[in-house]
Design a protein around this ligand. Sequence first.
Ligand SMILES: Cc1ncc(C[n+]2csc(CCOP(=O)(O)OP(=O)(O)O)c2C)c(N)n1
Ligand SMILES: [Mg+2]
Length: 324
Amino acid sequence: MNTRTKAETYRYLYRTMKLIRSVEERLARAHMEGLVHGACHTYVGEEAIATGVCAYLQDDDAVFSTHRGHGHAIAKGVSPHALMAELYGRETGCSNGRGGSMHLFAPEIGLMGTSGIVGPCILQAVGAGYAAKLMHTERVGVTFFGDGAVGNGAFHEGLNLAAIYDLPVLFICENNLYATEVSFSYASRNPSVASRADNYGMPGVEVDGNDVLAVYKAAGEAIRRARNGEGPTLIECKTYRMRAHAEGMGESGYRSQEEIALWKDRDPIKTLRDRMLEDDLIATDDLKTIEAEIKTIVEEAAQFAADSPWPDGQTAISHVYQEE
Ligand SMILES: Cc1ncc(C[n+]2csc(CCOP(=O)(O)OP(=O)(O)O)c2C)c(N)n1
Ligand SMILES: [Mg+2]
């Protein structure tokens, strides 16, 4: 990543965010059409975070994520085809159709799992960091989690352990101001997640999570420190989800229309697009080419998912235990 020119970096960040958004919007449609079963939490509005962080990661760096994990999967390298097929419950999905939206795995590229249980991904990343240190590698463990996980015991245990052992871990808090319908201002007397880093003796940084360049810069510095044996970092990314908590859920009045409109104006994809054009880093025609290419990929992925076979019932108990 670091060998890219400025224009190439911006183009990569734009393309990744746009791909995540397009896949999510297609999945939301598929959910409405009854093609995706179970809960489906989209990442629309928060794309800059996974994109900015994962831009620095290698396949052997381990990512642990949440119920809202489609964006992390794509940014880490899962193809839209494998992601969509997973949500459609098909054998060709990244978890062979067994996991669905909240259990995405691709260990061969370091996506070590998304999970619907709020909190444990923090501890799992600490475990990965500990392993990386014991094995004298330069690998890092990365966890993405929401503001809803900050009051969970896993947050305290994970940050403390990573700090005392100087583990190569990035704690990326996606503070979208709400845990389902409960505002963070209600759930915590201390509105700053980043300030909590002080309690553990590690650096804490607050960034605009809708500014991919700000996330990219903060993540780059934290990863450099981690790979250099200088320990963990907590990064709080302030952001907002543009859709309901999960597909099919309404707004029910817990967020004001003004607040939603304000954040829609701060769309991370539009912000980068405008900036690239302003700084002459890309031509409008090039942007249109990227957008058309992504549209084709997403339509092909949806078709691939719909055409893929269901898992064979005979294999229902495979992938439960380690197989020789
Ligand atoms: C341990 C645990 N408690 C409660 C839940 C129910 N639950 C599912 S999503 C969610 C809100 C999570 O909010 P946040 O961590 O801020 O993530 P966001 O949905 O905002 O991305 C809750 C409480 C759960 N899945 N796991
Ligand atoms: Mg939240």
